[in-house]
Design a binder for this molecule. Sequence first.
Ligand SMILES: [Zn+2]
Ligand SMILES: [Zn+2]
Length: 270
Amino acid sequence: MFVFGNEYKRSDIHAEYGGQRQGGISTPARHDFVMLFTGEQGRRYGYLDDWTEEGLFLFTGEGQHGDMSFVRGNAAIRDHAANRKDLHLFEYVRRGYVRYVGQMVCTGFREPRRADIDGNSRRVIIFELMPVNAFDETVLSGEKISDDEMWGQPIVSLREGAVAYSTTARTPAERIAFVRYRTNAIRVYALRRANGVCEGCGEDAPFKTSSGRPYLEPHHIWRSSDAGPDHPKWVISLCPNCHRRAHYARDRATFNRRLAHIVSEKEKKS
Ligand SMILES: [Zn+2]
Ligand SMILES: [Zn+2]
């Protein structure tokens, strides 16, 4: 949809997808994504969004006066995974023109005090965003040593881990680690829920991996990308054929609706 590194005229983007034409956060009503624009508000408030050593992009929330709060655009960023919205980040290259930076995951936020444009101290929200590629290792069921522990856990506690929000993570690195853990927990949970059988077509997994586990691929229903955190309700384990169908088939919308129904029936019982 958006191509990494490409330049877009911002007004063209809104002509095609809708969403607020001004400001740093745009939430098109009829699309499953939120668009973030960096570089413009920095000039306005004197705050600069930037990358950290951990590979996080720090993005300042919206709200010009007083404490920032989790409404509208700020809520849309914080809750994007729960709301099944992708985050697309753009940076201004010159007036009216932006470059696509890529799809991001919100791993957390911080709320420091900063001066507003009138010089009054207020609480601002700084979101911690991570490129979704950082979670790519979880796209297919390529196995990692750390998975063994998750395969050994009771499936109920695995599901709890997959939906939990961390209340103890104090640092950005801890928050990244936690999102990574959740991403893995959801993937392993969906594979274990499938129990060796494709949840799409009901056929046995096509082969076993080197560690002896049935090979199936976790698919995020309704999302264009399979990376990043999600909810067990929206992740399904598929054989490679069903997985390709979910992404590329002419009837993929119908097929994904059917997959969503299958998972919701299964989740009701858990
Ligand atoms: Zn299948
Ligand atoms: Zn998929």
